[in-house]
Design a protein around this ligand. Structure first.
Ligand code: SF4
Length: 174
C-alpha cells in the first residue's frame, strides 16, 4: 500500500463515533518523500469542511511561522493523531486516541520520516520509533494564545529549519 491509498482508506474510516459528527476524516497532506512530519491533535470544523489539515486560524499562524523560517509547507507532511473533528472541538478522549492511533502509525511506517514534530500534548502520546528524531513542541493554537508558549514554539521552528535543510540536502543527494 502507498500513502495515497492509505489516506483514501482513512478518509472512509468509520471505526469510532467521531465520524458521525459531520465532516469526513482528514488524513493529512504532503509529499511521500517529505522527510519531516508535523502532527497535531485533530482537525477542527474548518479542516473537516475542506478535508485539509491546519487551514483554520491556527493553520494560518502555523503557515506564518513556517514562512518566517523559510520552510515550505508543501515540503512537509502535515497530519494529526485523531483524524476526525470532535463535538464542540473538545479534546479527543483516550479511547478515541487509541482507536485512531493505528492510522497515524501506518502513515509513519509508509512515510519513514527522519523528523517528527509533535505539536501539543495529545501528539506527545505518539509511540516513538528509534530511527526517528522527535521534537516536542506546543500546539499552534496554544502558541497563538500565550506569549511564553509562542516564544518556545517559534524557537522550535527555528531549530526545525536545520532539520528541514538536512532533509532537502539528502533528497538532492538521493
Ligand atoms: S477518529 Fe479516526 S478511528 Fe475514528 S472514525 Fe475518524 S478516522 Fe476513524
Amino acid at each position: 500500500m502507498d500513502i495515497a491509498e492509505l489516506n483514501r482508506k482513512i478518509s472512509a474510516c468509520k471505526k469510532c463515533t467521531l465520524c458521525l459528527d459531520g465532516g469526513s476524516p482528514v488524513p493529512g497532506e504532503g509529499p511521500p518523500d517529505a522527510g519531516i512530519m508535523l502532527i497535531g491533535q485533530n482537525p477542527g470544523a474548518e479542516e473537516a469542511r475542506v478535508g485539509r489539515p491546519f487551514v483554520g486560524r491556527s493553520g494560518k499562524y502555523l503557515d506564518s511561522v513556517l514562512e518566517k523560517n523559510g520552510i515550505r509547507r508543501d515540503r512537509l507532511f502535515i497530519t494529526s493523531v485523531v483524524k476526525c473533528k470532535t463535538p464542540g472541538n473538545r479534546k479527543p478522549a483516550p479511547a478515541e486516541i487509541a482507536t485512531c492511533m493505528p492510522c497515524l502509525l501506518e502513515q509513519i511506517k509508509l512515510l519513514k520520516p527522519r523528523t517528527i514534530v509533535l505539536m501539543g500534548e495529545v501528539a506527545w502520546k505518539t509511540p516513538r520509533l528509534e530511527s526517528i528524531r522527535y521534537m516536542e513542541t506546543y500546539h499552534p493554537a496554544a502558541a497563538m494564545r500565550f506569549p511564553k508558549i509562542r516564544e518556545r514554539f517559534e524557537e522550535d521552528f527555528k531549530k526545525l529549519k536545520e532539520y528541514y535543510d538536512q532533509a532537502a540536502l539528502s533528497r538532492h543527494q538521493g
